[in-house]
Design a protein around this ligand. Structure first.
Ligand code: TAP
Length: 479
């Protein structure tokens, strides 16, 4: 059974991170107040405790940061790739050395279980910097012809679901290719980006190469609309992504957009059921389902539906929800009160439209933002919960009879980011994967990431690829 939450704040793990009462913006190698002196608070979503107060950037600060990045660009882009690589390798090693501190910090600010920040987020963050460090002196051999050039200043805006990992996806390829960066983290998770700024200083990175602007959506908007930004990289909601695409239309800014998803996890009747159950759990309950490539739609072949759902419910009943700093916790807090309200509203719509709700039996803590692992059956393709991204620990279950029907249902989405296939037949994996309109297709696994693999979407999931050799292209002027 899931444990009741008693917030014994695991003092020994909390003490590995020293969070200051306030932080400034990181511009031109220095921490500085916002020009208008504005600040905002960041809270721990598992306790609602205020963790720190951080500066809130405005348009003037965006301009200062872009100017600093522009000044730094000339020297940074002229460095030999092997020199830039040294900085990136140094950053990667410092991240490894400070990984315990960063994992606890990320868990406090985001609410996700320490098991995930320790074993998934932080190793992937370091791996990303190591991987792109390796490319810095090999750009002439990346398949873009001789002498690919950096674009200039990259304006990068990231969400709250993987704060440090999204930062790594954005900053590592940008720096490896010789660009300089102004990055705005999400307002609910500013802290790990500020600790990363400290790591840049520790690594001796030249000032102005990386600038961090904590703030709200208006700062993100001012950044992407700034006239001296050459490249925009955005990860977040489809609505904001569309607004950004509109705002840069007619300029020569290069843009990559990583937006929402409604991934189908397809289980065929020959799949090993226990393994598939684990993959479904990873697919939708990892990071409380706040994952753009989550397997939020389960498509199960009719003949094994009952067996699979019984096994899945049994497994979900064993998940432990509670203190994210506890190493045994499987399900942490939802990132914010707003996100919890969105999840709650969508699940209410699911019930109102006639789907059948089942939630894992667990007690929710009284403080903080929590949602029990939930699944819906009797879901049709027309239901809102089968179409809209919920971005929470909620699975919508649909069934199918034939592989063609599975493909048709999987592709019946405005999104096209991810999909999963569970079957013993290799030929079926290849046949089905080729028909799926999804940027990432996992076979007999889910939510596996690697810096060498390109990641990105079709349709309203955005465009451009991050990761791998493909991720370099977004930051290069290929002549
Ligand atoms: P967004 O509102 O899109 O926020 C993403 C980032 O963009 C944040 O840093 C945000 O700042 C900033 N931003 C907001 N408005 C902007 C604008 N007009 N111009 C430029 N930047 C702007 O997403 P969210 O509020 O974090 O989450 C909302 C929904 O987006 C979720 O429910 C989920 O469906 C989806 N989402 C998708 C992903 C991925 S990975 N595809 C990740 C997160 C969320 P603030 O933090 O200050 O708003």
């Amino acid at each position: 059974m899931a444990s009741a939450f008693e917030y014994a704040p695991a003092p020994e793990s909390r003490s590995v991170v020293d969070i200051a009462p306030s932080y400034g913006l990181f511009i031109d190698g220095e921490f500085t107040d916002a020009a208008d002196g504005k600040v905002f608070k960041t809270v721990s979503p598992s306790t609602e405790e205020v963790l720190s107060e951080v500066a809130r950037a405005g348009a003037e600060d965006v301009d200062r940061a872009v100017k600093a990045a522009r000044r730094a660009f000339e020297k940074w882009s002229a460095l030999p790739g092997s020199e830039r690589a040294k900085y990136l390798f140094r950053i990667a090693r410092i991240i490894q050395e400070r990984s315990r501190e960063l994992a606890v910090l990320e868990t406090l600010d985001n609410g996700k279980p320490i098991k995930e920040t320790r074993d998934a987020d932080l190793p992937l963050v370091a791996a990303h910097f190591f991987y792109y460090a390796g490319w810095a002196d090999k750009l002439d051999h990346a398949g873009y012809g001789p002498n690919p050039r950096p674009l200039g200043v990259a304006g990068q805006v990231i969400p709250w679901n993987f704060p440090l990992l999204m930062l790594a996806w954005k900053i590592a390829p940008a720096l490896a290719t010789g660009n300089t960066v102004v990055l705005k983290p999400a307002e609910t998770t500013p802290l790990s980006a500020l600790f990363f700024a400290d790591i840049c200083r520790q690594a001796g990175l030249p000032k102005g190469v990386v600038n961090i602007l904590t703030g709200y959506g208006d700062a993100g908007q001012a950044l992407v609309e700034h006239g001296d930004v050459d490249k925009v990289a955005f990860t977040g909601s489809t609505a904001v992504g569309k607004a950004i695409a509109r705002s840069v239309a007619g300029t020569d800014k290069k843009v990559t957009l990583e937006l929402g998803g409604k991934g189908a996890n397809i289980v065929f009747d020959d799949a090993p059921i226990d393994q598939a159950v684990e993959g479904i759990v990873t697919g939708i309950f990892f990071n409380q389902g706040q994952v753009c490539c989550a397997g939020s739609r389960l498509l199960v072949q009719e003949s094994v539906q009952d067996e699979l759902l019984d096994a899945l419910k049994r497994r979900l009943s064993t998940l432990r929800l509670g203190d994210p700093l506890d190493k045994n916790t499987d399900i942490g807090a939802i990132n914010s009160a707003e996100q919890l309200a969105r999840i709650t509203a969508l699940t209410e719509t699911g019930e109102a439209e006639g789907a059948e709700r089942w939630s894992a039996p667990c007690e929710l803590p009284s403080a903080g933002y929590w949602f029990a692992p939930t699944l819906f059956t009797n879901v049709t393709q027309a239901h809102t919960i089968a179409r809209d991204e919920i971005f929470g620990p909620v699975l919508s279950v649909l069934s199918f009879r034939t592989p063609d029907e599975a493909v048709a249902k999987a592709n019946n989405s405005q999104y096209g980011l991810s999909a999963g296939i569970w079957t013993e037949k290799g030929s079926r994996i290849l046949a089905v994967a080729n028909k799926l309109r999804a940027g990432v297709v996992w076979a007999n696994t889910f939510n596996k990431f690697d810096p060498t693999s390109p990641f990105g979407g079709y349709k309203e999931s955005g465009y451009g690829r991050e990761g791998g050799r493909h991720g370099l292209e977004a930051y290069l002027d290929v002549r």
